[in-house]
Design a protein around this ligand. Structure first.
Ligand code: SF4
Ligand code: SF4
Length: 323
C-alpha cells in the first residue's frame, strides 16, 4: 500500500524547526518508514514543479514552519494548502509569527533603510536596495515582494493544527505524527500541546509565594539566579503565567526564565496583554510615579511580552507612516 505523502517546508524561519525533525534521532527512521517525504528543501532535492504535479489533496499532511513575510512564502503556503489534506503550523513563527514577527514594529521602508543603509557594517554609498525586477544582459531577474507586515500562517491560509515551540520538542512532534497517522486527532484548530500554563507544570511553582509582590525588576544578568526559586519571586520576568506548557520546562531547567515560545493557553487571546496584566498586579506599589519607574526599568516591553506572538496579537503591528 502506498505510504501517506508528507511535505515539510520553511518560510521566514531560522532553520531551528528543521533541526527539530533531526532531533527526533532514531525515531526519524520510524517516520521515514511510515511516510513518504515528497518535499523537504533543507534535506532533499525536490522542486516546486514536483509539488505542482501532485493532485490537490494528494499530500496527507504539510508541516509548514516560519512566518510569512514575502510573496514567495505566501505562494508556497497557498500551494501546499491546496495539495494537503492537513496543514500543521509547525513552531512559534508559523503558529504566532514568532521572533521574525517583531519586524512588525517597523515597515519595509525603515527595514531597508537600516539593513542596506544605516547599519555600521553596511558600505552602500550607491544606496542600492533590492528591487522586484532587475534587467541584466541575460534577461530580467525577479525577487519576491517583501511585505510591510509579517504574518502568522493562519493569517494567510487555513490551518488545521498547531505544533507550538521554538522549536517544537521531539516528543510533541512524534505524538503529532502518530495522531495524524492513526487518525486520532483532536478538533480542527487545536494546539497539539497540553492546555495547562507553564506555571502549572513548573518545578519551581511551589516556591512562588501566595501573594507575590515585586518592588524592582531585575534582568537575569543583574542577579545570581537561585536554581530552585520561581523567577518572579526573585524579581526576574518570567512569562510562565501566560504561556502554554509542554516544552518540558526547557528554559527553566537551564536556569533561564520563560520567554513564551509556546504561546498563550486556550483561555488567553493575547499573550502579551495577559502577561502585562499579571505583572501589573504584582508590582508592590500603588504610587503611579513608582509604577512608572518600574515600567521604565524594562528596556523593551513589546519585545519581551510579545517576543513570539506580535503578528497574531490584538496589536498585530505598530502603526507607521506607511502602514
Ligand atoms: S513564573 Fe516562571 S519560574 Fe515561576 S512558576 Fe511560573 S514558569 Fe516557573
Ligand atoms: S520555558 Fe518558555 S520560552 Fe523556554 S522553551 Fe518553554 S515555553 Fe519556550
Amino acid at each position: 500500500m502506498a505510504k501517506p505523502k508528507v511535505a515539510i517546508y520553511w518560510n521566514a524561519s531560522c532553520g531551528g524547526c528543521e533541526e527539530a525533525f533531526v532531533d527526533l534521532a532514531e525515531d526519524i527512521l520510524k517516520v521515514v518508514k511510515a511516510v513518504d517525504i515528497v518535499l523537504w528543501p533543507v534535506a532533499m532535492d525536490f522542486k516546486r514543479t514536483d509539488v505542482e504535479a501532485l493532485k490537490d489533496g494528494e499530500l496527507a499532511v504539510a508541516f509548514l514552519n516560519g512566518a510569512v513575510r514575502t510573496s514567495e512564502q505566501e505562494d508556497w503556503a497557498k500551494l501546499l494548502r491546496r495539495k494537503a489534506v492537513l496543514v500543521v503550523a509547525f513552531g512559534s513563527c508559523a503558529h504566532l509569527g514568532g521572533v521574525p514577527g517583531l519586524a512588525n514594529l517597523h515597515d519595509r521602508k525603515s527595514i531597508f533603510e537600516s539593513s542596506y543603509g544605516s547599519l555600521p557594517s553596511v558600505d552602500n554609498t550607491a544606496g542600492t536596495v533590492p528591487q522586484r525586477t532587475t534587467r541584466v544582459p541575460e534577461g530580467e531577474l525577479e525577487l519576491p515582494e517583501f511585505y510591510d507586515t509579517v504574518y502568522a500562517l493562519d493569517q494567510v491560509i487555513d490551518v488545521d493544527y498547531y505544533l507550538p515551540g521554538c522549536a517544537p520538542p521531539p516528543n510533541l512532534i512524534m505524538e503529532a505524527i502518530t495522531a495524524i497517522l492513526s487518525g486520532k486527532l483532536p478538533p480542527k484548530g487545536s494546539v497539539l500541546a497540553p492546555a495547562k500554563s507553564l506555571c502549572d507544570t513548573c518545578p519551581r511553582n511551589e516556591t512562588k509565594p501566595e501573594k507575590l509582590e515585586i518592588a524592582r525588576i531585575k534582568r537575569p544578568h543583574e542577579t545570581m539566579l537561585d536554581p530552585e526559586k520561581c523567577f518572579l519571586a526573585e524579581g526576574v520576568i518570567c512569562t510562565g503565567p501566560a504561556t502554554r506548557s509542554g516544552c518540558g520546562e526547557r528554559c527553566i531547567n537551564a536556569n533561564m526564565p520563560c520567554r513564551g515560545c509556546f504561546g498563550p493557553t486556550e483561555a488567553v487571546r493575547d499573550q502579551g496583554a495577559k502577561f502585562l496584566s499579571a505583572l501589573a498586579s504584582i508590582i508592590a506599589t500603588e504610587d503611579p510615579a513608582e509604577m512608572e519607574k518600574v515600567a521604565e526599568s524594562i528596556p523593551d516591553t513589546t519585545g519581551l511580552f510579545y517576543m513570539y506572538s506580535l503578528p497574531s496579537s490584538l496589536l498585530t503591528r505598530k502603526k507607521t507612516a506607511t502602514k
